[in-house]
Design a protein around this ligand. Structure first.
Ligand code: ZN
Length: 234
C-alpha cells in the first residue's frame, strides 16, 4: 500500500490492559520512525518503576532508551526544536496537561505516539485517557490473554497478597506488595464494587457499604438505550 507522506502531524494512542503489548508496539513504531531517519524522542513517566531510570522495558525484556519526565511541562521543556516523532510511555501517569501538549505537537506537524492504560484496576476509565483517545487520529487497542480463561483480556486485575484488590483502594500505589494480571471482563474481580444497574451478576451487600460509589458509571435516570442515531428511525 502506498502511503502519502506529505502531511505529518498526528496523534496515535496505544492502549489496553497491562500485558497487552503496548510497550512493544510503542518501541516498534519508534524504531520504524528511526529507520526512516526521522528525529525521534522517547519519553516516559518518572513514576514508571518497572525499568531502569533511562529506559523502557517490555515484559519480554526488550529495552529502549527513554527520558523520564515528572510532568508534561518537563516533557515540553526537553523537546528538541527539530523533533518529528514524540513517543510517550505510561502517559496515564503524567498530568492532564499532556493532552493539550499532544494536540499542540500534532497540530504543529509532529507525529505523537502515546501509550497508556485505558482503565484502572476497577475497570473504570483512567483519568484523562478517554479525552486523549477521543482527540487522537488513531487509537490502537491491544488485548492480553485472560489468565483465568484464556479469552481476550481487556482489564487489569489487581491482586494484593494474591486476593482481588478492593474497590476503595487507591488507584496508584507504587512499591506495594501487589501484583497484576490480565483478565477478561467476566473474570475481572473487584471486591466491594458498588451495585451497577443492568448487571446480571449482582454482588449482594456490596451495594451500599460506602466503599466509594461511582455515580458516573450509570448516572441516575440515564437510559442505556440508543438515544436515536441518524437512520435508526424509519
Ligand atoms: Zn476470563
Amino acid at each position: 500500500m502506498k502511503t502519502a507522506r506529505k502531511q505529518t502531524g498526528s496523534l496515535t494512542v496505544i492502549t489496553g490492559s497491562m500485558f497487552s503489548g503496548k510497550t512493544e508496539e510503542l518501541i516498534r513504531l519508534a524504531r520504524r520512525a528511526m529507520h526512516a531517519r526521522r528525529v525521534v524522542q522517547v519519553f516516559k513517566s518518572a513514576l514508571d518503576t518497572r525499568s531502569e531510570h533511562t529506559s523502557i522495558r517490555t515484559h519480554d525484556d526488550v529495552r529502549f532508551e527513554a527520558l523520564p519526565v515528572a510532568d508534561s511541562a518537563t516533557l515540553a521543556a526537553n523537546l528538541r526544536p527539530d523533533v518529528e516523532v514524540v513517543a510517550i510511555e505510561e502517559v496515564q501517569f503524567l498530568d492532564e496537561g499532556v493532552v493539550a501538549l499532544c494536540e499542540r505537537l500534532a497540530d504543529r506537524g509532529v507525529d505523537v505516539i502515546a501509550a497508556g492504560l485505558d482503565q484502572d484496576f476497577r475497570g473504570l476509565p483512567f483519568g484523562f485517557m478517554p479525552r486523549l483517545m477521543a482527540l487522537a487520529d488513531n487509537v490502537v487497542k491491544l488485548h492480553a490473554i485472560c489468565k483465568r480463561c484464556g479469552a481476550e483480556a481487556s482489564r487489569t486485575q489487581r491482586l494484593i497478597d494474591g486476593r482481588p484488590a478492593k474497590w476503595g483502594d487507591p488507584t496508584i500505589l507504587i512499591g506495594a506488595s501487589e501484583s497484576y494480571e490480565a483478565r477478561c471482563r467476566h473474570c475481572h474481580e473487584v471486591k466491594g464494587r458498588p451495585r451497577e444497574r443492568g448487571r446480571t451478576r449482582r454482588k449482594r451487600r456490596a451495594a451500599s457499604n460506602g466503599a466509594g460509589g461511582h455515580p458516573e458509571l450509570f448516572p441516575e435516570g440515564e437510559s442505556l438505550q440508543n438515544p436515536g442515531l441518524p437512520g435508526s428511525r424509519r
